[in-house]
Design a binder for this molecule. Structure first.
Ligand code: PHE
Length: 340
């Protein structure tokens, strides 16, 4: 029996191949369930008592040699694969690469920024937590002003009610005016907060882009021209109308509607049968607001406008529920893969 083991050992040591199949056959022959080694172990009980020790050693030695051989040959094989260029079959379909997509809010925000930077506006940003002055008082909304109710506020600090989550990005414009003298051309995109019930049409968190232009002799005609350009760029058409409205920080103020058309049933539904859709608020900056920000209203005038990004995205992409923007459902987000 010892001679047989020696023979096996020689075979194991001299075995060499680069063929995966042959390595596997070799492994099964020696190390498989019904392989030589299991057979040898099974015969242990037949061995004479005084030989048991050396028999055990010899079989173990053989087992180790066989295992080592298999590992060695497999490693050689892998190394060889690495050394070879991996062209393989060029007609095989490629591995799919998972591609992410931008969030529709970012897509629309970037479009709006692009449109305004083309006519010289820069981008200004500010903190989401604001003080009362920058969010309200500097904008002609002193304490107890009824128009504060238009913007239900989340207060961070109750007493005094001074620190809050900004309700609009007009706060960024106040800070910009405090720190820069005209000419000013800036847009302020950002997240804003209002204590409103969540429904398909409104949310307590949403995004705005507000714009501000201050220079000498800026008139309402400039405002209208700018907005006409903007709607033409974003919606592909420039039929707009301005309806008189009220904001404490602009005088006169207006709301802007875009002509959406009445071609489909959806058009009838979303425009309530009028064909017109409101897209933003705007107006000439109130002289008192300029004064509050150390800009002389006798020298300068300006206009401001503000819009909700969600609302615009809902129109552009026909999204019927605002909550879809915040649910992170990939079935929703995946649909924006083709746009940057
Ligand atoms: N700040 C206003 C709002 O959040 C929008 C607006 C901005 C209106 C500038 C007029 C001028 O509702």
């Amino acid at each position: 029996m010892f001679d047989k083991i020696k023979e096996y050992l020689q075979e194991v040591n001299s075995f060499d191949t680069m063929d995966e199949q042959k390595i596997e056959e070799f492994r099964i022959k020696y190390l498989g369930k019904k392989g030589i080694l299991n057979d040898l172990f099974a015969r242990f009980k037949e061995v004479d008592k005084e030989d048991k020790r050396s028999y055990g050693q010899a079989v173990n030695e053989l087992k180790q040699a066989a295992e080592q051989k298999v590992n060695e040959l497999k490693a050689n094989l892998l190394k060889q694969e690495d050394d070879q260029p991996q062209y393989g079959d060029l007609t095989r379909p490629g591995e799919p690469i998972a591609v992410g997509s931008r969030h529709p809010i970012s897509i629309v925000k970037n479009q709006i920024i692009q449109i305004f930077s083309n006519i010289g506006f820069n981008v200004s940003e500010g903190a989401e937590m604001e003080d009362d002055w920058h969010n309200f008082t500097a904008l002609n909304l002193p304490e107890h002003h009824p128009a504060r109710d238009m913007q239900d506020t989340f207060f961070i600090q109750r007493d005094p009610k001074d620190i809050l989550l900004r309700t609009h990005t007009s706060s960024v414009q106040v800070r910009y005016m405090e720190n820069n003298q005209p000419p000013i051309r800036t847009i302020s995109p950002g997240r804003v907060f209002r204590n409103e019930d969540i429904s398909s049409r409104s949310h307590c968190i949403f995004h705005q882009v507000e714009g501000l232009y201050i220079h000498k002799n800026v008139s309402f005609a400039d405002l209208k021209q700018t907005l006409t350009y903007f709607t033409k760029q974003l919606f592909g058409q420039s039929k707009i109308r301005l309806r008189p409205s009220y904001f404490p920080f602009t005088e006169p103020s207006a709301e802007v509607d875009i002509y959406w058309g009445l071609n489909s049933e959806t058009d009838h539904r979303i425009t309530k049968g009028t064909g017109w859709l409101e897209i933003l608020g705007c107006g000439m900056v109130d002289p008192q607001v300029l004064r509050n920000c150390n800009i002389d209203p006798n020298v300068y005038s300006g206009f401001a406008f503000g819009m909700g990004i969600e609302r615009i995205a809902m129109l552009l992409y026909q999204i019927s529920d605002i909550r879809q923007f915040y649910e992170n459902d990939v079935r929703f987000l995946d649909q924006f893969k083709s746009v940057f």
